[in-house]
Design a protein around this ligand. Structure first.
Ligand code: FES
Ligand code: FES
Length: 157
């Protein structure tokens, strides 16, 4: 059984995994970080999005055994204590969630979007970049608005 040592949200972890174990399983089942959700079996919904070595990935499409030495950030690692990350705050103030199931993945994708595209995101860019994240509850209007506001707020963060 492979052993994987990695850093998750700033903490070191060493986990015995099966070869078939996915990163999302490592996070949820081995480390108890259940903010990362599983919404599909086909790598389409984006609910499982985390940052792997600083880049947004769908953690249901990554083998845990391939993450030796990696640095992972999950939704649990975004806030600083009681202070929400600006993107989390933007989702809250813009009513960008209903059931919240897709929200962790949306927020992790949004933060990655800012890293790749910058803080001034127009609506068209946000909508195009969000195509890998599905929300089953809403129209996407408030999600798009929240991401634009969160991106702006991240300028000073
Ligand atoms: S659970 Fe990973 S994309 Fe749906
Ligand atoms: S808020 Fe319910 S799935 Fe998106």
């Amino acid at each position: 059984m492979p052993t994987v040592s990695l850093t998750v949200n700033g903490n070191s972890a060493t986990v015995d995994v099966e070869g078939r174990t996915l990163l999302v399983q490592l996070l949820r089942e081995h480390l108890g970080l259940t903010g990362t959700h599983v919404g599909c079996d086909t790598s389409q919904c984006g609910c499982c999005t985390v940052h792997l070595n600083g880049k947004g990935v769908k953690s249901c499409a990554v083998l845990a055994a391939s993450c030796e030495g990696a640095t992972v950030t999950t939704i649990e690692g975004l806030a600083k204590g009681e202070q929400l990350h600006p993107m989390q705050e933007a989702f809250r103030t813009h009513h960008a969630l209903q059931c919240g199931f897709c929200t962790p993945g949306m927020i992790m994708s949004a933060v990655d979007m800012v890293r790749r595209k910058g803080n001034d995101l127009d609506e068209k860019t946000v909508r195009r970049e969000l195509e890998g994240n599905l929300c089953r509850c809403t129209g996407y209007h408030n999600i798009v608005k929240a991401i634009q506001a969160g991106a702006e707020a991240m300028k000073g963060a």
